[in-house]
Ligand binder design. Structure first.
Ligand code: HOZ
Length: 430
């Protein structure tokens, strides 16, 4: 399906991009392949909006896939970046900003005693796996079908996100020798997890999970599933890893672990902590983190790790989200959106439901909110694509894939939500 919207500058840019960049994009989901049509090339963004290459304004519900929690181009974040940039872009030597950021993360996420800053969620998840393997001396890892932890080899097995969008859950180019150490289990199946641990628990280095999955659309883990995971990991000496790249500082100030009241051993962070610039992190107990070089034998490094400009954007964002009432407002606006969408769909006679946690939401063309990978896959993707394009035509930008979560910022005020629902009245009827 293609959008009828006139998009001359977007079309021109996309045609040019495809000559020099594979698929015309630097990250696959951006290419609109699963929804069809021409990607919007963003020229600028402010608050809840971005403008495309045709100067058309959209209400943005991806917010850079999560980081833009305080709204695009927040004046304080921009000022902090400008100030930091004026002092120098990158030193490859430690800075005070990194100390402050580590202290802040450890304060906000109590399960983290020590943290290492890196530049992307992929790097953070990959390094966490290496650390878990190095610390336990075991090779096997457990992940869950539909959970995406970035594009490191061991983790690209039955992963969600872009791989799901393109219908090929495991990437080509991942050697069988690597993939064989990755056991893929069913999300939210506590019994299966328990059974596997009973059989080979002493070979498992770590279990990595998105406690609130955002890469097979939004899916909440059941408390029982995470409690079982905590119990078997402790019993068998495996490292329990929460990938909170999406949910961290997004579903609550303390992340999903605060909502569930479950402390993982290791946490992987990204997105919000960079405020739109490349900062990610992984952290946990000092006893585990001491295995990292220069203290221990697990090597991990990066020229741009803890980059001063990126850290300035992240620290300012972390300050803004701690303002009184921030999460109450964010959660209320997200709920207004999802409840409003459900009402509009019901009035239009469309089978649809939605879920929201903090500033993150999922939309499902299904009778009930899915709690398993199989039920998520059964959602009506064709209907989503039609809705996506009708919303786009009406000036609302949703994730261009039925398998991605949506994100609301603190700048999505009542007028923005109302405008979205007005667009949805047209889109559900399309
Ligand atoms: N699949 C990524 C989000 N889950 C997309 C990132 C991007 O394209 O920027």
């Amino acid at each position: 399906m293609t959008s009828p919207t006139h998009t001359s500058n977007n079309d021109t840019l996309f045609a040019r991009a495809q000559l020099t960049t594979p698929g015309g994009v630097n990250s696959p989901v951006r290419a609109f392949r699963s929804v069809g049509g021409t990607p919007r090339f963003v020229s600028r963004a402010e608050g809840p909006y971005f403008w495309d290459a045709d100067e058309r304004r959209y209400i943005d519900y991806i917010g850079s896939w999560g980081p833009a929690i305080v709204g695009h181009a927040h004046p304080e974040v921009v000022a902090a970046v400008q100030e930091a940039a004026a002092r120098g872009l990158s030193f490859g030597a430690p800075t005070e900003g990194e100390v402050l950021m580590a202290e802040e993360i450890c304060k906000l996420v109590p399960s983290i005693e020590q943290v290492r800053l890196v530049s992307s969620g992929t790097e953070a998840a990959m390094s966490t796996i290496r650390l878990a393997r190095g610390a336990t001396g075991r090779d096997a890892i457990i992940k869950f079908e539909g959970c995406y932890h970035g594009h490191a080899d061991s983790l690209l097995v039955k992963a969600g996100s872009g791989l799901l969008t393109f219908g090929n859950p495991t990437s080509a180019g991942v050697p069988e020798d690597f993939a064989k150490h990755t056991l893929v289990l069913d999300y939210n199946d506590a019994q299966q997890l328990e059974d596997v641990f009973a059989r080979i628990g002493d070979q498992i280095s770590c279990v990595m999970v998105e406690p609130i999955a955002g890469n097979m659309n939004l899916m909440r883990a059941t408390p029982e599933f995470l409690q079982t995971m905590r119990r078997v990991c402790t019993q068998y000496g495996a490292v329990m890893v929460f990938d909170e790249v999406m949910s961290g500082f997004r579903v609550a100030l303390g992340g999903a672990q605060a909502l569930y009241g479950i402390a993982p051993d290791m946490t992987v962070l990204g997105k919000v902590i960079g405020g739109g610039l490349p900062v990610a992190a992984f952290g946990g107990p000092a006893a585990l983190m001491r295995h990292l070089a220069p203290l221990g034998g697990v090597y991990q490094a990066g020229t741009l790790s803890g980059n001063p400009v990126a850290v300035a954007a992240g620290m300012t964002t972390l300050k803004l989200i701690q303002q009184p009432g921030f999460y109450e407002h964010l959660g209320a606006q997200t709920l207004k959106l999802t409840q409003g969408l459900s009402t509009v769909a019901r009035e239009a006679g469309v089978t649809f439901c939605a879920d929201a946690v903090g500033g993150m939401f999922g939309m499902y063309f299904a009778p009930e909110v899915p709690v398993t990978y199989a039920t998520m896959m059964a959602c009506d993707k064709t209907r989503f694509n039609r809705f996506f394009h009708a919303m786009l035509d009406a000036g609302v930008y949703l994730a261009p894939s039925a398998f991605e979560a949506g994100f609301v910022s603190a700048k999505h005020d009542d007028a923005v939500i109302e405008a979205t629902l007005a667009a949805a009245r047209i889109a559900f009827a399309a």
